[in-house]
Ligand binder design. Structure first.
Ligand code: PLP
Length: 370
């Protein structure tokens, strides 16, 4: 088993804590226990015994998560260490070497690289900039066949921030149903919509072979808790639990407790609104900065998430440009190359407004000199 380098994460884990300004992050700036929670809840955390807890997630946590998805109950939920683990366990639980997966691009590429490392045959279908980063459903329909075991989606999308309308979500459900394929949808950016209207979840299509993976890292701005989950049919949840026994045993005890609190129906919107406020304020700031480059950037504003995926019109390779900016300005951006799309840059605009402003000021002279 040989895994290709996961360029985005390799670069982030090497550099994100070394630069002065990290604009490679796709979530909002996280809060601390002290700034986010009241003293009564903090006292409860402080007094919690640090046991293993529950592999599948405590009943309270799974109850909170289930309340997000209509008709779901705690037995439809499995908790994981981040959505990344939920993705990995889904592939390990359902696919064999030689199986065929159909995968949306551009995309985060964790599932892509991991599945290929396991010997899965991965075919791609595209989101098109000319369609405002939506898929061409005819293209998808032609690509899938009886051989397709799984269709993988990321919605809202990383890196474009596009959100598929309800009709597209349901149409993909039909395409999967026609060939009896699983749908695996990574919805880690759901809840971070700039419109403040939560987008349609693939859970809503009510197709039995659907797995929705999500987590606290992006829309909830709490990546350090490493808490993710799968919502799916009850048999899949039992099966992936058995795989989970082999991976990380359980999520962190404190993450389970904090997750149950944050995702509880009484508290959830408070956290999401904090994210949405930060995003709308910062997107205006970023758009104003882009406008100072007289059309050198072409950029469709995201519908969700703290990422802006911009095409640039300078004659320099995106990895070279990102290295130059990192070395000369100590600012980290994401190269389009890491998504297989040169001449694009992904800007994370979810930092605090003052940090975002300072970082953009720092890199302005480099772009002006190109
Ligand atoms: C689409 C997508 N899925 C999963 C992850 C990993 O998220 P987590 O921190 O929840 O494991 C990321 C991180 O950037 C992502 O963009």
């Amino acid at each position: 088993m040989k895994f290709e380098t996961f360029q985005l994460e390799r670069q982030q884990s090497t550099w994100e804590n070394k630069v002065d300004y990290n604009l490679s992050e796709s979530g909002v700036h996280p809060g601390s226990l002290k700034t986010l929670f009241d003293s009564e809840f903090i006292e409860k955390i402080v007094n919690t015994e640090l046991t293993y807890g529950f592999t599948e997630g405590s009943h309270e946590l799974r109850q909170s998560i289930a309340s997000i998805y209509s008709g779901a109950d705690p037995d439809n939920i499995q908790a994981f260490n981040g959505s990344a683990e939920a993705n990995m366990v889904a592939i390990m639980s359902l696919l064999e070497p030689g199986d065929e997966m159909v995968y949306m691009v551009p995309n985060y590429l964790q599932i892509y690289g991991f599945a290929r490392g396991l010997g899965v045959e991965v075919k791609t279908f595209s989101l098109h900039e000319s369609l405002k980063w939506q898929p061409d459903l005819d293209e998808l329909e032609k690509l899938v066949s009886e051989k397709t075991k799984m269709i993988c989606i990321c919605n809202p999308n990383n890196p474009t921030g596009s959100v598929m309308p309800k009709e597209t979500v349901y149409a993909i459900g039909e395409i999967a149903n026609n060939v009896n394929a699983w749908i695996l949808c990574d919805e880690v950016y759901r809840g971070a919509e700039l419109s403040r209207k939560e987008c349609t979840s693939f859970w809503d299509i009510d197709y039995d072979k659907t797995i929705v993976n999500c987590g606290l890292s992006k829309a909830y701005g709490l990546p350090g808790l490493r808490l993710g989950w799968s919502v799916s049919n009850k048999q899949y949840i039992q099966d992936c639990w058995a795989t989970h026994d082999y991976t990380t045993i359980a999520i962190g005890r404190l993450s389970d407790m904090i997750g149950a609190y944050v995702l509880n129906a009484d508290n959830r919107m408070k956290t999401l609104n904090r994210t949405r406020d930060a995003l709308s304020n910062n997107l205006t700031l970023f758009q104003n900065w882009v406008n100072t480059f007289d059309g050198k950037f072409k950029f469709i504003p995201p519908d969700a998430g703290a990422m802006a995926f911009a095409k640039y019109d300078w004659n320099i390779n995106s990895s070279e440009l990102v290295e130059k900016i990192r070395d000369e300005a100590s600012v980290m951006l994401v190269a389009g190359d890491w998504y297989g799309m040169d001449h694009y840059l992904r800007f994370g605009y979810g930092a605090t407004a003052s940090v975002l402003e300072a970082a953009l000021d720092r890199i302005t002279p480099i772009f002006k000199s190109l």
